[in-house]
Design a protein around this ligand. Sequence first.
Ligand SMILES: Cc1cc2nc3c(=O)[nH]c(=O)nc-3n(C[C@H](O)[C@H](O)[C@H](O)COP(=O)(O)OP(=O)(O)OC[C@H]3O[C@@H](n4cnc5c(N)ncnc54)[C@H](O)[C@@H]3O)c2cc1C
Length: 449
Amino acid sequence: MPHIAVVGSGPSGVYTAQSLVQPGGLPGARVDVLDRLPCPYGLVRYGVAPDHEKIKSLQGTLRAVLQDERVRFLGGVEVGPALPPAKVLELYDAVVYCVGAAADRRLGIPGEDLPGSWSATDFVAWYSAHPDARDEGFVRGVRTAVAIGVGNVAVDVVRMLARGAAELMPTDMPQAALGALAASEVRDVYMVGRRGPSQARFTTKELRELGALPDTELIVEEAESALDGGYREPAGLPAAARRNVEVLRGWAGRPRRGAAHRIHLRFFLRPVEIVEGRGRVAGVRFERTRPDGLGGVSGTGTYEEVGAELVLRSVGYRGVPVEGLPFDAVRGTVPHAAGRVLRGGLVSPGEYVAGWIKRGPTGVIGTNRPCAKETVASLVADAPALIGARSARDPLEGLVAAGARPVEWDGWRAIERAEAALGASLGRGSVKIQDWAGLLGAAREDRRA
Ligand SMILES: Cc1cc2nc3c(=O)[nH]c(=O)nc-3n(C[C@H](O)[C@H](O)[C@H](O)COP(=O)(O)OP(=O)(O)OC[C@H]3O[C@@H](n4cnc5c(N)ncnc54)[C@H](O)[C@@H]3O)c2cc1C
């Protein structure tokens, strides 16, 4: 019976498992889905914003796959120095790496490491209760925040900063983050792009949500935005950009009404320095840019400073190498051909990739489904040469012998129950546990019961 390891239980890992066991997949396949975290679902649990309940509910679809009798979730198992890829390949007929690309890109400007300057990834991890997250006191003492970047993740963090506690209360946000955001005095939030409104990467649905936030006004500077020809004349733009521009034009020039929160959407500003004051962030210095006529921008030599106590950079994600797996440091992905891992340019038999670590951090959750299918098609085509070479033992025995202490499905369900109980004790729905000890304690408690 072919036994396949999928490393990573985010969307690409779960879609890979699904493609392997469903008709047209690998006949008779058993799939172990390994994850370094004791909790499944990757960024659907630890990235998608807590107030995006409809997208979060995708966890239900992923769950059905992990509960399939041919699929086994093994959380708390990290492939890396202690469990190298070569060892995993010994235990399984094939291994599919779906480890994501959740590290942030840096700006490469002075002041980036000052206290108060964080990546959006750090901030998202904190409000999503990722057990590796640190509480950096993100919003303490902050009146003005700047998000650098104009993609959907930037929109998420801006929205979180402007949302009131009453709206976040029904979500599964960890109690500490909820308390900190409830006590926050953030009033002004800037979202800043170096190019024009028609080139912004956010989607219209996410953009519109900002306009629907209670007691919040949107500020778009007409003269600045109109440097963009697509903003002035949206008719010729691709549909998605045109819709964005129409929403922004609807907000431009609106009279101020003194709302509790102000969201400033700023364009044609390139960050050149995070400015320091009293040992921490005091603002961001931007160079004004203008369209260069080739789709990019060029600097103008004029500068503007926005005072702020918090800076969140949100200029993209990149993959993190897994020790023992090849890695293209420029693209931040594992080199592959149709999902087959390449070592030194040659196909490495039995090793595959899918998801963000395969194609880079782009696309929505659904994009990972065809990506996983392509990889599984390669694996199925290669299967005659792969299956049967390993020992017939259950690979779980080998993982345990190698020192792993997997959290299986019952352990994860115990975490879910502990989170429901925590929420009930706080008068809330399910509330996420935010630390390793709490998660592992809940998972192992079940084993003792
Ligand atoms: C902040 C944020 C918000 C987003 N919001 C949305 C949204 O609202 N809607 C939408 O459609 N898309 C959204 N996306 C995009 C979506 O989350 C991604 O398309 C998707 O999660 C990528 O799937 P993946 O499986 O490749 O990676 P991931 O979801 O990152 O999953 C990777 C998994 O691999 C595990 N792992 C990593 N390294 C190892 C290792 N060495 N050993 C074992 N396990 C390992 C991780 O713990 C993780 O569980 C968002 C992305 C981000 C960053």
